[in-house]
Ligand binder design. Structure first.
Ligand SMILES: Cc1ncc(COP(=O)(O)O)c(C=O)c1O
Length: 301
């Protein structure tokens, strides 16, 4: 039996139902988060990673969308830990909190006061390949005055779905969005980094990339442990092709090397040395094995 959190209690998932009239389903009026918990085998412990930051972003998503999330971040953290315990999770899992509008009226407005929150967890290996072949999407990332890109709104993932599906139908593993100015933005569910001359470069948030939590962790690793200069600056499409290394970051995907873009080989065509170094630190940090980052790891048991 799988338990989920729904409307203030932990319940058997098979007992939960959602009205077909709800506005999350009809219009994509909702917001969500993606959090991970990592199993530490040697310590026999499960840690959530940066759960406070995720719930803070969840709140800010709600704020931007007129969705008042009916539980505090602390309450949601508490419920998440309870849920993982109830499901006796002893492996790496992905946790999905979602808040969506109810079904009191038909109109696609965000002013309906009923906001429903659920949380579930699942095993997830997101794109199970060691390194990716990707393409620039024909779909652009939505702009700030369209669907706000700094918000994890359920509706905005329609363009993610279009871009990922197009990429896969064309024989690629994933897509890269440009923004409406033609600058490199991010993947459908990932931030993007390039390495050039030992420098780490990622698009600024103002280029319509999500303020990723993994993105932030990677920048800290590069600065604190690899002494790499880090720049948040606009990246042109052709700069991708000539980069030494390119990789995606995200809670779902982790740190994923990109070795081919638009049928151009990136660097040597193999996983880069610096990408591997960053990934090494990331794996230590998220699993509670690095003393400097224990404050980011919340023990479940
Ligand atoms: C569009 C988009 N960009 C980037 C990311 C990566 O963000 P994070 O590292 O916080 O998971 C995600 C996933 O949350 C995403 O959906």
């Amino acid at each position: 039996m799988q338990y989920i959190f729904d409307q203030g209690e932990i319940v058997d998932e098979s007992m939960v139902s959602v009205s077909v009239r709800n506005k999350g389903l009809n219009y994509g009026l909702g917001c969500f988060e993606g959090i991970r918990a990592f199993w530490n085998e040697s310590q026999n412990q499960l840690f959530t990673f940066r759960i406070q930051d995720h719930y803070r972003r969840f709140y800010n998503s709600g704020k931007a969308l007129h969705i008042q999330i009916p539980y505090s971040p602390i309450e949601l953290m508490h419920w998440t830990v309870q849920l993982l315990r109830k499901n006796n999770v002893r492996e790496d899992v992905y946790i999905r909190p979602i808040c969506f509008k109810g079904s009191n009226t038909l109109s696609p407005d965000l002013l309906d006061p009923f906001n429903r929150v659920s949380i579930y967890s699942t095993r997830l290996v997101y794109i199970p390949k060691p390194a990716l072949k990707v393409c620039i999407s024909s779909w652009n990332r939505s702009g700030n005055n369209m669907i706000p890109p700094q918000v994890k709104s359920t509706g905005s993932y329609l363009s993610a779905g279009l871009a990922s599906s197009e990429a896969r139908l064309n024989g690629f593993d994933e897509a890269i969005f440009l923004n409406d100015l033609g600058n490199v933005c991010e993947g459908p569910g990932e931030n993007i980094f390039i390495i050039r001359n030992n420098q780490l470069i990622t698009p600024p948030i103002s280029d319509n990339a999500l303020q990723g939590i993994t993105r932030d962790t990677v920048m800290q690793i590069a600065i604190n442990h690899l002494q790499m200069p880090v720049y948040e600056q606009s990246i042109g499409r052709t700069e991708l092709y000539s980069a030494d290394e390119v990789f995606f970051t995200g809670t779902a995907i982790g740190i994923k090397p990109i070795i081919n873009i638009d049928n151009r080989i990136i660097g040597t065509g193999n996983v880069g040395r610096l990408t591997n170094n960053i990934r090494f630190f990331y794996d230590q940090i998220v699993r509670g094995n690095h003393p400097n980052y224990l404050c980011h790891c919340t023990p479940v048991y």
